[in-house]
Design a protein around this ligand. Sequence first.
Ligand SMILES: [Cu+2]
Length: 177
Amino acid sequence: MPRLRLFAASAPLFGLIALSSCGQGPVLDIRDPVVKLNPIAKNPSALYFTIHGGPKATTLEDVFSPGAVQTSMHESVRDPRTGITRMKPLLRVPIPADTDVEFRPGGKHVMLYGINLPARRLNEIDVTFVFGNGDRLPVTVPIARAGGDDGDMEGMDMGGASAANSAPMPAATTASN
Ligand SMILES: [Cu+2]
């Protein structure tokens, strides 16, 4: 076993551990992910998170989950003339190197349609983030139930309708990617 002997002879073990545990430079990762569960079961829920860019710029290409029937990336955009907020589908999202890109209420978000019962019971859902550089990051995301206040469903706004009585998704935004 020449490899073992090489390790033992050349690098002290603590040196190897230090190298792997405090890597140099930025690491592509997902921070503070949360699903805000829509209290109306037939309506989509919103997934929010922050992506921190790695050493090189890349793109977020897809977000999928075995716990949901369908997912899609959206951005809420407020028309400055009318004040009406609408969602548009996002095909991909640029992730600059070593930079935070936030998906948050009122901005970019991922919609989850048809979250399944196991996820609802466990209050968590497995989600995989797929990047243009080939990275796939699996994350277990906690599910937060909306309280009495509808304010945190802000990201669910569709055409200005309030979350409590929102209509089904417009046809243009239900297509996957
Ligand atoms: Cu949306």
